[in-house]
Design a protein around this ligand. Structure first.
Ligand SMILES: *[C@@H]1O[C@H](CO)[C@@H](O)[C@H](O)[C@H]1NC(C)=O
Ligand SMILES: *[C@@H]1O[C@H](CO)[C@@H](O)[C@H](O)[C@H]1NC(C)=O
Ligand SMILES: *[C@@H]1O[C@H](CO)[C@@H](O)[C@H](O)[C@H]1NC(C)=O
Length: 192
């Protein structure tokens, strides 16, 4: 079993309970689409279709509010990065890969191991009401996904993690946007 899996699973279960306690029965599926539309409108890099298909996967997202959706987006990012770490570890065991690619994968392993704890911290500070710091952590995870991807591309290698990096980047961007929308003063534009 992957060494992070148990901890992360327990944490996700805890988040599930937190999300329920944040939920209200009056919001609906509409909230997801509206929120995704707002985020895609405000930022050219965010994908409406990824957002509107990813968020409803967590069943409780149908009966939650904006804060609940922010937690769900972070939860999805956490699941994503945990699965990706397992993929990276598997790839590192493939001896047919060239040295340069191996080096990049090792960098990604480090970036993503850090990212797990940054997302966990991000949720914690979000729950304590410090949305500003939560956004800083989530944007640092977006940067980690870009850095991982750029490592391969710098030498013209095809990244074996292109899809994973894209998904993580999007999920963190969506989380960042929803955290921003949850922030009481939302007059200023999202910072990307
Ligand atoms: C929300 O968007 C999804 C996919 O874009 C669509 O299938 C669904 O019908 C929409 N739901 C509502 C309530 O508009
Ligand atoms: C998004 O932008 C479109 C086109 O400019 C607009 O019609 C729509 O109302 C916007 N949606 C939201 C939720 O702001
Ligand atoms: C990452 O998240 C995306 C969007 O929710 C999902 O389609 C994809 O399967 C996830 N990938 C992994 C490796 O968990």
């Amino acid at each position: 079993m992957h060494r992070y899996s148990l901890c992360v699973s327990l944490y996700l279960f805890f988040l599930f309970l937190v999300t329920i306690s944040h939920g209200t029965i009056c919001s609906s599926h509409d909230l997801i689409n509206q929120t995704c539309e707002k985020c895609a409108n405000q930022s050219v890099i965010l994908s409406y279709s990824l957002c509107s298909t990813a968020l409803p996967v967590v069943p409780v997202s149908h009966s939650t509010n904006l804060e609940g959706l922010a937690i769900i987006a972070m939860e999805l990012a956490l699941e994503n990065v945990t699965n990706t770490l397992a993929t990276v570890e598997k790839l590192l065991g493939d001896e047919s890969l060239d040295k340069y690619v191996m080096g990049c994968l090792t960098d990604c392993l480090e970036l993503y191991s850090d990212a797990i704890w940054r997302i966990v911290d991000s949720v914690d500070v979000f729950l304590s009401g410090n949305y500003e710091v939560s956004r800083i952590w989530m944007s640092s995870v977006m940067e980690a996904a870009s850095t991982c991807q750029q490592g391969f591309e710098e030498k013209g290698e095809v990244s074996p993690l292109t899809e994973e990096n894209y998904n993580l980047f999007q999920l963190c961007g969506i989380a960042l946007c929803i955290i921003h929308l949850s922030t009481p003063v939302t007059a200023n534009a999202i910072p990307f």
